[in-house]
Design a protein around this ligand. Structure first.
Ligand code: SAM
Length: 216
């Protein structure tokens, strides 16, 4: 996949590729209508289109992310409908076979979420769940019967809370992929603060990256 990122747009890290690979390996996109919420560069949307999706829609609150996604779709010779807006607002009333999401999930020092700038891609409140707690209860209403959602997050951002929220929304939820690795640079810089709040065990400098699946 060829990808460019305009200044200020999130450059896909390893967790994005976990989702792209899972979609490809399990053949989840083939013939499917796909929604990528929090699309950023459009990596998941373009990945789904390249993996045989029937139609792909991508949503991001950032104007530059929407432009970048359109650019990356062209570069890869695929069609992606890229829309600007908050979470599911631009696709109100629409349902999809597959929903992909790599939301901001880094625990921060306050619950204030940036309204603009690059940090909007990762800042997610003190528990890292500001976006996850909005996304999980709302996602089921946008899935076709038998549809699936794949959501990426860190083990530091409440694995059980996501599984519970998806289950409460009526989805069969489980961890599909778990990859242990060192802390990313932003979390590393906050490690001591996260230790003092009990989100990291003393001396712990690893986290699990998770792809959590919910099935309608
Ligand atoms: C972690 S990045 C993920 C980008 C891309 N999906 C990837 O895997 O590389 C999160 C993205 O969510 C977007 N975002 C943040 N808050 C949002 C919201 N309320 N609604 C839609 N998109 C949002 C940010 O602009 C950013 O592009």
């Amino acid at each position: 996949m060829r990808l460019v990122t305009l200044p200020g747009v999130f450059r896909p890290p390893s967790d994005s590729w976990l989702v792209v690979d899972a979609v490809r390996e399990h053949g989840l996109a083939r013939g499917a209508s796909v929604l990528d919420v929090f699309t950023g560069s459009g990596v998941l949307a373009v990945g789904a289109a390249l993996a045989g999706a029937r139609e792909v829609t991508a949503v991001d609150v950032s104007r530059r992310a929407v432009l970048t996604t359109r650019l990356n779709a062209r570069l890869n010779g695929v069609r992606v409908r890229a829309l600007r807006g908050d979470l599911f607002a631009p696709v109100a009333g629409d349902r999809f076979d597959l929903i992909l999401a790599n939301p901001p999930y880094v625990p921060g020092e306050s619950d204030a979420i940036p309204r603009r700038g690059a940090a909007r891609a990762w800042e997610a409140g003190r528990d890292g769940r500001a976006l996850l707690d909005r996304f999980c209860p709302a996602v089921a209403a946008h899935l076709e019967p038998g549809g699936r959602v794949l959501v990426v997050q860190s083990s530091l951002s409440g694995e059980d809370a996501t599984l519970t929220a998806l289950a409460q929304a009526g989805l069969a939820a489980e961890v599909m992929v778990r990859r242990r690795g060192g802390l990313g640079p932003i979390v590393s810089a906050r490690a001591q603060a996260l230790e003092s709040r009990g989100l990291l065990a003393p001396g712990e400098r690893e986290e699990d990256l998770l792809v959590i699946e919910g099935r309608a």
